[in-house]
Design a protein around this ligand. Structure first.
Ligand code: ZN
Length: 106
């Protein structure tokens, strides 16, 4: 969370021993915390926040594969009920070398 400096409200919560968020390291809010951003395969920004979430949900519904970058790496999203989409995800995972051992588990 080092890339997300606390806003004054979150900073006050973080430093108040009587606050339930006292020294809570993942403390953040919509002002100072991480935001959702949707990029296309060429790295162009397409949508933010709720619109990004809706666009990804729609894309997955239509059989596309999404990658969500989090603090610990990437999570791949596919509709598990869509056999063609799952087959494509498996094909891509076999086609390229996985970035970490946990990505090779299936
Ligand atoms: Zn904040």
């Amino acid at each position: 969370m080092i890339g997300f400096p606390l806003c004054p409200v979150c900073e006050a919560e973080y430093r108040d021993p009587l606050n339930r968020r006292f020294h809570a390291q993942p403390n953040a809010c919509p002002v100072c915390g991480p935001r959702l951003e949707l990029w296309d395969v060429d790295g162009r920004s397409l949508e933010f926040d709720y619109n990004a979430l809706q666009a990804v949900a729609k894309a997955v519904t239509f059989g596309q594969i999404a990658a969500v970058k989090g603090l610990g790496g990437f999570h791949l999203i596919v509709d598990a009920r869509n056999e063609e989409a799952v087959r494509e995800l498996r094909r891509r995972k076999r086609a390229k070398r996985s970035p970490s051992p946990s990505c090779t588990e299936s």
